[in-house]
Design a protein around this ligand. Structure first.
Ligand code: GLC
Length: 470
């Protein structure tokens, strides 16, 4: 991450924004999974939600992969969704964007079709971002899509499009509001706070009432109020009364159903659900000149890293003002979807695993099956050709795998793979020199118990060659 991103993050942190909980920003899959992310203490409504959590979240744990969509007036500027604040745009000027925001009809259909092709199972769209513009037909403000440039309800289009593709529907909602007159003064003026909280709860009520069954409510930045001042418990109670099967995140200051590490992959403590949200380049909203696109390899690896930690991956697109998806995003997502078509078994519905790091491979598991995601294929070393034991084959060795492997196959084709196993490692042999699949080749290894990989466990075994023993 470049310094701007991190300075924005420290700014958010100073503001006490819940969104800034995850601070070590990085899009890299090399991020180690760590446990014990900070959590707020459970509230009464949290405890009530806990009773139904497993059942409400079952589909989400299976799903693993979702599409985040950041789309708003900021897309018209095309310089990241924080442009209003970062560039200090005066409100009357910013409001002109609302008049000039004229997306083509049903752009959301293309998003939903792309999500489907990409293997994503749910979509979360910004219904109102920090800029305060509402994408739906609200009775509470004129600063909304039907009464401005678009002339229609964009949330309705989104919901219909997602449902048409059989995808689950999520609403992102920013509590922080730079446009509303009470959005900042609510911190110091009690009358303004009351008005603004009623406005906020009223908007959320509309979203939870007018669009049928909603699967995810994704709160964001709770600046400038505390959970008590937002009346977050009452907020969640209303949400669950209107949508008993919904799941909510933790960014209205309460624990909610899941944690939301941002731009980093950080597993919550075992038993706590989590979802990493991440950009495809470095921006959430459309940013015309941001060319820092992640590759399909990185995305597949990140998805596997989330899955191995028992988490989900919510990957963002930032559509252009007319609603079209930047072509680079389409290319990457289609490549990921193609890979998932034949390798999805190694991701969807997998269980949290306990595996050492490996630069060349990632691991996931389902029950007793280990999935080795080999993203850097070993090939063979040129030097091997000089050696008498040279074989035109690749070998993959995994140090510290327990327990016993029973069978191994290429996931994509089902082709069996030969192997040997001793106390130190599993060796998969007779593999082709060229990687059979891209961006990662998945090998499924059936074991006679839960597969665990701990290459450190080999350390005490090294003196077997009497090295260092006099
Ligand atoms: C942060 C940003 C916001 C973005 C969100 C996504 O809170 O302020 O722009 O929508 O992260 O997680």
């Amino acid at each position: 991450m470049h310094w701007l991103e991190s300075s924005r993050r420290s700014f958010l942190k100073q503001l006490g924004a819940a969104g800034a909980l995850a601070l070590s920003a990085s899009g890299s899959s090399a991020d180690a999974l760590s446990t014990g992310a900070a959590q707020a203490s459970p509230s009464a409504s949290d405890e009530k939600q806990a009773d139904t959590r497993a059942q409400r979240m079952a589909w989400w744990h299976q799903a693993k992969f979702g599409m985040f969509i950041h789309w708003g007036l900021y897309s018209v500027i095309g310089q990241h969704e924080w442009a209003m604040e970062v560039e200090g745009v005066p409100i009357p000027q910013y409001e002109l964007l609302a008049k000039n925001f004229k997306p083509r009809p049903n752009a959301a259909r293309d998003w939903a079709r792309l999500a489907k092709r990409a293997g994503q199972k749910y979509m979360v769209m910004t219904t109102k971002h920090h800029e305060g513009f509402c994408h739906w037909d609200t009775k509470l403000t004129d600063y909304c899509a039907p009464k401005q440039g678009p002339g229609r309800d964009l949330v309705r289009e989104f919901v219909d499009a997602a449902r048409e593709e059989g995808l689950r529907v999520g609403f992102y909602y920013s509590l922080m509001d730079w446009h509303h007159p009470d959005g900042a003064r609510c911190k110091t003026d009690e009358a303004a706070r009351k008005r603004f909280v009623e406005y906020t709860h009223g908007l959320i009520r509309e979203l939870m009432t007018n669009y049928g069954k909603i699967d995810v409510l994704w709160y964001d930045v709770d600046w400038p109020l505390t959970p008590e001042q937002w009346e977050s418990e009452r907020m969640n109670q209303m949400v669950f009364e209107l949508q008993p099967d919904i799941i909510v995140n933790n960014r209205n200051g309460l624990e909610g159903d899941f944690s939301t590490p941002e731009q980093e992959i950080r597993a919550a403590a075992s038993g706590r659900a989590w979802e990493t949200c991440m950009t495809l380049n470095d921006s959430w909203g459309f940013n015309r000149y941001d060319d820092a696109w992640k590759t399909p390899k990185t995305i597949v690896d990140n998805l596997a890293t989330c899955a191995r930690g028992g988490g989900n991956y919510l990957l963002n697109i930032g559509p252009m003002p007319d609603g079209s998806i930047p072509p680079e995003s389409v290319t990457v997502l289609e490549a990921v979807g193609k890979w998932l078509d034949t390798n999805g078994t190694s991701i969807y519905g997998t269980d949290r695993g306990n595996f050492s790091w490996n630069t060349n491979a990632n691991y996931t598991r389902r029950g007793n099956t280990l999935y080795i995601h080999q993203h850097f294929w070993p090939g063979h070393t040129p030097a091997a050709e000089w050696l008498s034991f040279y074989q035109p084959e690749a070998v993959i060795a995994i140090g510290g795998l327990k327990p016993k492997a029973l069978s191994a196959k290429l996931l994509k084709t089902g082709q069996p793979i030969k192997f040997t196993q001793d106390e130190f490692r599993l060796r998969l042999t007779g593999l082709p020199v060229q990687a059979p699949d891209q961006p990662a080749t998945v090998i499924a290894v059936e074991c006679d118990g839960e597969p665990v990989i701990d290459h450190e466990a080999n350390r005490p075994l090294w003196p077997r060659y009497k090295v260092g023993i006099s």
